[in-house]
Design a protein around this ligand. Sequence first.
Ligand SMILES: Cc1cc2nc3c(=O)[nH]c(=O)nc-3n(C[C@H](O)[C@H](O)[C@H](O)COP(=O)(O)OP(=O)(O)OC[C@H]3O[C@@H](n4cnc5c(N)ncnc54)[C@H](O)[C@@H]3O)c2cc1C
Length: 488
Amino acid sequence: MPTTRQYDLILVGGGIMSATFAVLLRQANPDLKMIVLERLDNVSMESSNAWNNAGTGHAALCELNYMPDDPSGNLPSAEKAISINQQFQESREFWSSLVKDGVLGEPETFIHSVPHMTFVQGAKDVSYLERRFKALKDQPLFAGIEFSKDFEQIAKWAPIMIEGRPSSEIAATRIEQGTDVDYGALTEQLFAWLKTKDVEVLTSHEVRALYRNNGLWQVAGKNTDSKFEFSSPRVFVGAGGWALKLLQKAKIKEINGYGTFPVSGHFFKTENPELVARHQAKVYSQAAVGAPPMSVPHLDTRVIDGKTSLLFGPFAGLNLKFLKNGSWLDLPASIRFGNIVSYLSVALKNFPLVIYLVKEIFKSSKQKLESLREFVPNAKTEDWQLYEAGQRAQVIKPVNGLGVLQFGTEVISSADGSIAGLLGASPGASVATRVMLDVATRMFPESQNAWMKGIANSVPSYGLKLNDDPSKARESLSATAKTLKLKA
Ligand SMILES: Cc1cc2nc3c(=O)[nH]c(=O)nc-3n(C[C@H](O)[C@H](O)[C@H](O)COP(=O)(O)OP(=O)(O)OC[C@H]3O[C@@H](n4cnc5c(N)ncnc54)[C@H](O)[C@@H]3O)c2cc1C
């Protein structure tokens, strides 16, 4: 018989979301009895691992998908971009407080200043980027953003993108406050601290069953050589791509109608010191027609384990796994009577996405190199190696009886707040602080007043509209830049 130990909270999954949630809770309540269950033999091995994601501190400084033109060609308000920026700023504030408290190590072990740029070609996109720049340049959270259509200026910002490029209409924006984040290192450091604070972190423990018994959740599964079963009044499902499957097992009605759509990703990588030294930016561009926002091409400086490299991608692929270390049965096994209409309607309504994916899957190495040369005209095959990043599980949300592809992170919780989980990807890890604070308010509503004091110290912008208060926005940007050793 497996042992049954009782906890105040069981967290399933050893990624950045569980780590962030557990740290927030441990700081708020040193007595909360928590356990983390991770199926792999270490934490941070799936999407949160540095090599499995692109490490962008998503703050809408360069990603066009947070502010696209509307169907009639008019730029919408900057509201969504400002909201994403504020959420990342809350993460910067939280990480700053953790550095000061000694929970996290030196900032350069997980975050670096890397300017964020957007680069576009052709009259339509140049006009769009100029309008976007004008809409953002006076927003306090976007202070310092620059725009240029000049070859020479853009060559100063990103020389390898201009060398060998025939004369054409181009434009770029650039902002110094952009970041590259090693979410893997961050996650590992958070778990290392949690272990010193009496949080049990059990690896090689795969959760296979979740059910209610006498008002408690029973969480059962298998480790390498035996079975386990734990109980708790509350469960957080931070299982990444497998959250859908576990929430379905828990049989909460709030998951009915939801599905997830897996998209794998490959990147080109180079460690050629000459190239690495000559490109210091994360440069995002316009997505291909039909491409999901997370497939926007970008050329990035990455700093992982103290070593700098460049990556370009992603190249999307279709496989049926919801996790990189998942199963080919993930997608078929997730189909239920309650969500089959969602899956079918998404497939029918998103035909351009289907076409895009088919094109991506059949892209030859030569075509992939051509895509890279749109960014780096003189790219040489021998410098760039293709590698497989993490698996994204895009949310399919039921809306009016049909499915809608949702681009973002979706919190699903039972009506009584006893169980909550996360579906979806981008902006993902960047906004882990906001997402987990929202989950905390759903799962521990009675504790909010007591906790708000601590949260106000570590995430002072939470609940405020930073961008509406220029002096507060400046103060938050420069204080976090100072602690995290970033450019303001
Ligand atoms: C290609 C790619 C690029 C990305 N780029 C960015 C980016 O630039 N910026 C950004 O902010 N975000 C990015 N993201 C998104 C970001 O990586 C994720 O949002 C974030 O890492 C999710 O964290 P998580 O803790 O929810 O999931 P994960 O890190 O996937 O962790 C889930 C954990 O749960 C475990 N698990 C699953 N099922 C079970 C079970 N039954 N029992 C026990 N354990 C289980 C898994 O093994 C895994 O360790 C990217 C993602 C991908 C795939």
